[in-house]
Design a protein around this ligand. Structure first.
Ligand code: SF4
Ligand code: MG
Length: 326
């Protein structure tokens, strides 16, 4: 998949919210990519644009394209999207209760997609649903398949969601904060399960999270978003051990890491992200950045390539700033 110069806005009573402002990234076959940032940075909006799930407030895809397997998602009709959602692209959310139907047995919910997209008979779909539950390690799947969502614990419900999202063997799975509502032990189990499924089924994954801590376990590459833009991207080790953008450094200093000295205190990033009704002319991180220079306030930094596909949008890495010894 190739996201090119994506601009997404919402029309609200207060005016136009410029939620996504020029996002570019690629996702390769079988790859797990993380999109990381604070809430409101546009990571969920990016993911939901890929699924074309955004409806209200009125959304405008103002510019750019999302090329999935050679075709632009943004040019598809709603009918064409219905054939893609759940079949070519699956999605799991933070809270499975919002996406599972409380009044339907979970077997029927998993079977629904299989009957619609894969044209399985009722009997075949039920059998496949049991196999999916088994695959995501739900015990006694032949009994559980007839139960309702409320009969499952939070962690088990997320397993059911994963089974549902993967039932049609999608090429891409989008997981939006899939473990945020779960406690730490269950979180780790769900991440292991996702990683395992990715290996078994060869699915590409986009993992959306505010928590850089969960990324290292399962992703190959990371995209860091801030105020509707990508500020840094690279392979996991470069982002973890050699972050370049002051915002990424701030994020890493504000989350607990197993590889860091336990004594080292965590420092939150001071301040708040800019107003997306009126995004700043210069660097979006300017107001919170300890390293800000004069140029940062007036001019948007461009992406500088550091090698190994590691890029950061920050004036500090511009050749002129480097030459001036910044
Ligand atoms: Fe800080 Fe300037 Fe870099 Fe923005 S461009 S992150 S303000 S140094
Ligand atoms: Mg979100």
């Amino acid at each position: 998949m190739e996201v090119k110069d994506l601009h997404v806005s919402f029309d609200t009573y207060g005016g136009e919210v410029k939620a996504i402002r020029g996002v570019n990234f690629d996702l390769y076959k079988g790859e797990a990519l993380a999109i990381v940032g604070e809430s409101g940075c546009g990571k969920s909006v990016t993911a939901q644009s890929v699924m074309r799930l955004l409806a209200s407030p009125p959304v405008r895809y103002k510019q750019g394209s999302i090329i999935f397997e050679g075709q632009d998602i943004l040019k598809k009709t709603e009918k064409q999207m219905q054939a893609i959602r759940g079949n070519d692209i699956g999605m799991i959310f933070q809270d499975p209760m919002t996406s599972l139907n409380p009044t339907l047995r979970i077997g029927n919910q998993i079977a629904e997609g299989l009957r619609k997209h894969k044209k399985l008979s009722r009997h075949q779909a039920q059998k496949a649903a049991i196999e999916m539950l088994e695959l995501v390690a739900v015990a006694q799947p032949d009994k559980r398949v007839n139960q309702y969502p409320h009969e499952f614990s939070g962690g088990m419900r997320q397993r059911v969601m994963i089974a549902l999202a993967l039932a049609c063997n999608p090429k891409l799975l989008i997981a939006d904060e899939p473990t945020t509502a779960l406690d730490v032990t269950i979180q780790a189990q769900i991440l292991d399960l996702l990683k395992d499924m990715q290996k078994k089924l060869g699915t590409s994954i986009i993992l959306i999270t505010h928590d850089l801590g969960v990324v290292s376990k399962m992703c190959d590459r990371v995209v860091v978003m801030y105020a509707g833009q990508i500020v840094e991207s690279g392979v996991i080790d470069d982002i973890y051990y050699a972050p370049k953008h002051p915002y990424t450094k701030g994020l890493l200093n504000s989350v607990p890491r197993i590889d860091m000295d336990r004594e080292k205190s965590l420092t939150p990033i001071v301040g708040t992200p800019p107003d997306l009704f009126n995004p700043p002319a210069g660097c979006p991180f300017y107001a919170r950045c300890k390293d800000a220079m004069k140029v940062c306030q007036q001019h948007q930094p461009v992406m500088e390539d550091m090698g190994n596909n590691h890029c950061a949008a920050c004036w500090l890495y511009h050749p002129l700033a480097q030459a001036a010894g910044k």
